[in-house]
Design a protein around this ligand. Structure first.
Ligand SMILES: *Cc1c(COP(=O)(O)O)cnc(C)c1O
Length: 363
C-alpha cells in the first residue's frame, strides 16, 4: 500500500525532541499557555515573515478569530471561493457574517479575481482568499479589488505554510491550521492567526482567551481557543524541518510532472507565474474520476478527493440559496480532481508505481 500521507515517518524525525519536550511540560505541568507556546508563536511569525502570531485551538477557529479581529459589521457579506474545504464557510457563519461564494480559475482552481469582483455588493466587508493545495491565490489582484471597495482581506493559509508569491502584498491577517495532515501538523488540533498589526494580534489573543489578558478581567467578548503547550512542543520541532520538508514536496511534484507529463488523459496541476507552492496536495484531473480512483485503490495507491462536493451543494449550506450550475468551474473540477499521494517521505520508487497505476487506469 502506498499511503496518502506518512505521519509516522515525520514523527520518526522529531521523536526524540518531542518526547524530551513532553517530559519537560509534564514535569512543569504548564499545559496551557506554557513557555513553548510563546516560543512557537515567535518562531512561526518569523518563518512566515509576519510580525505577530497567535496560537489558537484549530484552523477553523483561526479563520473565525481573524474575521472577528478585523472588526467587520455584523451580518456583512464575505466573499469566499466555492472551491475550498467547508471550514472556510463555517468560520464566516460562526463569525456572524454571510458567506458569498465565487467560482475558481479553471487553470489553478484558486479563487478567480473576476468572479470575486462580480460577487461584491454594497454589503460586502471582506474577502477570504484560500491558498488551496499549497499555492497562493492571486493576491495582487484580490488586494486591488479589496482596496477598490474598502474590504478587509483575511487569508485562509491552512494549506500553504511556507509558500511564496512574487510581488504579493504583505499579509494583513491570515489564518492557518496545524491539523495533523497539514504540511506542519500537530498531534491533535491546533491553528494560528497571523497579523501584521499589534492591534489585530491583541484582538485575536483576547478573542481566543475569554476576552481576558489578566485573570478574571474580561474586557471584550471572547471564548476559549488556545494552543496547547504539548502541541506547541510538536510544532516547534516540526517547524525546524518545515523548509526542508516543503523542498522535498517540491522535488516530489517535479518527479510526478516528469512521470506523468506525456500521459494522455491526465491533466497536471497548473502553477501560476510567480508562485512557489508547497504542494500540500498534488491534484491531477482525469475523466471518469471515480472509476480511476477505484482502480488506483485496487492497485494499492491511496488517492483521495479534495473536495468531492462543493460548499453550495452541501446540505448544510442549502441556506445560501445556490444550486447546481451556479459555479461551473468548481462543479466540473469536483468530478475530475484526484489527489495523489504527496508527503516529504514519498520515495521515487513509490511515485513510479503511482504513475504507472494511474496511466493504466486512465488508458
Ligand atoms: C484544514 C483546513 C481548514 C480548517 O482547519 P482545522 O484545523 O481542521 O480546523 C480550513 N481551511 C482549509 C483550506 C483547510 O485545508
Amino acid at each position: 500500500m502506498i499511503p496518502f500521507v506518512d505521519l509516522r515517518a515525520a514523527h520518526a524525525e522529531v521523536e526524540e525532541e518531542v518526547l524530551a519536550g513532553f517530559a519537560r511540560v509534564l514535569r512543569d505541568t504548564a499545559f496551557v499557555q506554557g513557555p513553548d507556546v510563546a516560543a512557537f508563536e515567535e518562531e512561526f511569525a518569523a518563518f512566515s515573515g509576519v510580525a505577530h502570531c497567535v496560537g489558537v485551538g484549530n484552523g477553523t477557529d483561526a479563520i473565525e478569530i481573524a474575521l472577528r479581529a478585523a472588526g467587520l459589521p455584523e451580518g456583512a457579506e464575505v466573499v469566499i471561493p466555492a472551491n475550498t474545504f467547508v471550514a472556510t464557510a463555517e468560520a464566516v457563519v460562526r463569525a456572524g457574517l454571510r458567506p458569498v461564494l465565487a467560482d475558481a480559475d479553471p487553470e489553478t482552481l484558486l479563487l478567480d479575481p473576476d468572479a470575486a469582483a462580480a460577487a461584491v455588493t454594497p454589503r460586502t466587508a471582506a474577502i477570504v482568499p484560500v491558498h488551496l493545495y499549497g499555492q497562493q491565490a492571486p493576491m495582487a489582484a484580490l488586494q486591488a479589488l479589496a482596496d477598490r471597495h474598502g474590504l478587509a482581506v483575511v487569508e485562509d493559509a491552512a494549506q500553504s505554510q511556507g509558500s511564496q508569491q512574487a510581488g504579493r502584498p504583505p499579509v494583513g491577517l491570515a489564518a492557518t491550521s496545524f491539523y495533523p495532515g497539514k504540511n506542519i501538523g500537530a498531534y491533535g488540533e491546533a491553528g494560528a492567526v497571523l497579523a501584521a498589526s499589534a492591534e489585530a494580534a491583541r484582538a485575536a489573543r483576547l478573542l481566543a482567551s475569554h476576552g481576558s489578558e489578566r485573570k478574571y478581567v474580561h474586557e471584550s467578548f471572547g471564548f476559549n481557543s488556545r494552543l496547547d503547550t504539548l502541541q506547541a512542543v510538536v510544532l516547534r520541532a516540526k517547524l525546524k524541518r518545515l523548509a526542508a520538508w516543503n523542498e522535498r514536496r517540491r522535488e516530489a511534484a517535479d518527479r510526478y510532472a516528469k512521470l506523468l507529463g506525456g500521459a494522455e488523459g491526465v491533466r497536471l496541476p497548473a502553477v501560476a507565474p510567480g508562485n512557489v507552492p508547497v504542494w500540500h496536495l498534488y491534484v491531477v484531473r482525469v475523466a471518469e474520476r471515480d472509476r480511476v480512483l477505484d482502480a488506483l485503490r485496487e492497485a494499492g495507491v491511496q488517492a483521495q478527493i479534495h473536495y468531492p462536493v462543493p460548499i453550495h451543494l452541501q446540505p448544510a449550506f442549502a441556506g445560501l440559496g445556490r444550486g447546481p450550475g451556479d459555479f461551473p468551474v468548481t462543479e466540473a473540477a469536483a468530478g475530475e480532481i484526484l489527489s495523489l499521494p504527496m508527503h516529504p517521505h514519498l520515495t521515487p520508487e513509490d511515485q513510479e508505481r503511482v504513475a504507472e497505476a494511474l496511466v493504466k487506469a486512465v488508458g
